[in-house]
Design a protein around this ligand. Sequence first.
Ligand SMILES: [Zn+2]
Length: 227
Amino acid sequence: MALMKKGCKGEDVRAVQEGLTALGIDCGPIDGKFGKKTKAGVEAFQRQNALKVDGIVGPITDGALEAKLKNLYPEPKTEHYSLADINICRPALRHLWQDLPVKYYPNAQKVLERMELVREKLLRTWPYAVLQVRNGYRPEAYNKQVGGARKSRHLYGQAVDLMCKTDVIQYVPNCYQIGVLCLALFNEDGGLGLGSNTNVHMDIREKKTRWYYTYKTMKAWEKNQQY
Ligand SMILES: [Zn+2]
């Protein structure tokens, strides 16, 4: 993991702030910005756990935080989905794998809850469809290897790439249809990556964001939407 210290910002910082807050340590607002208050919170955590007090989140402090949160955060789970749907490793990349860090469990929980909404809506039209995750969490080295974006939401357990299978010989929705359904469900916020032939990318970012994988698929998408 990369060191986190004053001046850093991002989803990894946000998860640390969320974790410290859940442990009852004041670290200011949960805003993903590592400022003075976050540093004070990290120092308080280090003091409580007899670690070197430097206000920097390195592997040792991160490991201690993981251990504490493990007792605090429930494992992500909904009626039909579980942590196993986030921890999906391609066999060929097992050497780059590590399971989702506990500090990202709240993210994964939100993702699974969104999957339930997608499933429910899917089954109304396609009762035999099985909603599956093609890509869930990606550790840093793994993300790099598969060509993921540098700040990909997959790094923080905030994203899944969805696809459909069926248990019986019956028509199942394609990526376009899953995408249309996701657009209708999540029109306030979140990220949706559309226009791939294999999956729909869905994430829980706060700012509503939509993109298409290529210009060609974007055009095809626009044409389909006029039906
Ligand atoms: Zn994705």
